[in-house]
Design a protein around this ligand. Structure first.
Ligand code: HEM
Ligand code: HEM
Length: 292
């Protein structure tokens, strides 16, 4: 299991305390970004360069420069947000600008290219930009959706408490199988020895554990109890109740890990792809000046 599972979700998502960042100052940044897109679109429609619109016309250069400056500015956000608290402008304001101007890039960069995309280094920067923007969109969705689900799923317990409860149920199950016949012990003991929880990134994010020993024990326990004495049947019922409680706790603990994982995973695309984008963009700009 990963050690970061105990980290308070609020620590990782300052944006959560500002769910209002999308409506910050009555959509100020949405309005500004829309204005920018509007001006760029009007200029693009009115502009009739010889040879058709492309990145190498004066408008192409202007839009490309604006888009590149916005990208550098958005990257700066990463450093900027680390000085949260000392800021004159609250974090919500920066995030709102980041999101709306980030989205405006889809329009600005596309108009810059004059809709001329191809299999080349120029289009690589375009594709990386789209990847960064798409991951950012998922981030906004994740920040809006998962905090509520995490709180509802935890039922007031922390993750450490859930794991503690699972460990104490394991102890009770171990007690309950003492004196049971071999078939029951063989079936139930593995459920107390390993908890199918955590593991690979895929398992954490999918929260699917088809090899869960607790689920296997639950499935087999009733069949194994057939033909047992009445005392043993009563003991088996107790084991069944304990296994059911454990399965429910495991389900909640896995969901907790899944939700927290989904709230972070997109940053593993957003941030590295930002740096790949900056490198591709620098190559694009150098290439166009080199061949000018
Ligand atoms: C300072 C900023 C920029 C400058 C000076 C610039 C310059 C240019 C020029 C001169 C062209 C025309 C190349 C040609 O016709 O062969 C071009 C095309 C293009 N640019 Fe930019 N650009 C800039 C920013 C950007 C940005 C931010 C993106 C997207 C992330 C981008 C993506 C493209 C694409 C996809 C093309 C079309 C390539 C093709 O024709 O296949 N550029 N750019
Ligand atoms: C090309 C455009 C973009 C670039 C270069 C960019 C870059 C960045 C960088 C470097 C960070 C800091 C991450 C960190 O260090 O934790 C960040 C954060 C963030 N980005 Fe973007 N971004 C872009 C577009 C977008 C878009 C379009 C959205 C949403 C629709 C978005 C949503 C976010 C969010 C929500 C965060 C805050 C993460 C946090 O505080 O935990 N980004 N972005």
């Amino acid at each position: 299991m990963t050690s970061d599972v105990t980290v308070n979700i609020r620590d990782q998502t300052p944006a959560l305390e500002h769910q209002s960042f999308l409506v910050y100052r009555r959509f100020l940044h949405l309005k500004l970004a829309t204005l920018l897109i509007g001006v760029a679109t009007v200029a693009y429609v009115m502009h009739a360069p010889m040879g058709g619109p492309s990145g190498s016309t004066w408008l192409g250069y202007t839009l490309g420069t604006i888009a590149a400056l916005i990208i550098v500015w958005l990257t700066w956000f990463g450093w900027r947000k680390r000085s949260y608290g000392t800021a004159r402008i609250p974090l919500a304001g920066w995030l709102s600008a980041h999101v709306y101007f980030g989205l405006s890039l889809v329009f600005l960069a596309t108009l810059h290219t004059g809709f001329q995309l191809g299999w080349n280094v120029h289009t690589l920067s375009y594709a990386l930009m789209i990847l960064v923007i798409a991951s950012g969109l998922f981030g906004v969705f994740a920040y809006a959706r998962y905090p509520r689900l995490i709180t509802a799923n935890r039922l007031g317990a922390s993750q450490i408490q859930m794991l503690g409860q699972i460990a104490s149920i394991d102890g009770e199950i171990r007690q309950a199988i003492l004196g049971m016949n071999d078939a029951v012990v063989k079936l139930v003991a593995p459920a107390t020895e390993s908890d199918a929880i955590g593991g690979s990134v895929w398992r954490q994010l999918s929260a699917r554990y088809l090899d869960c020993p607790t689920a296997a024990a639950l499935r087999g326990i009733q069949a194994a109890a057939r033909g047992l004495s009445q005392d043993q049947q009563i003991a088996t019922r107790k084991i069944l109740i304990l296994l059911t409680r454990k399965a429910e706790l495991l389900h909640r603990a896995r969901r907790d890990i899944q939700y927290k994982g989904l709230m972070q995973i997109w940053l593993y695309v957003h941030v590295p792809m930002t740096f790949a984008l900056l490198a591709a963009l620098a190559t694009h700009i150098i290439a166009v000046f080199f061949y000018w």
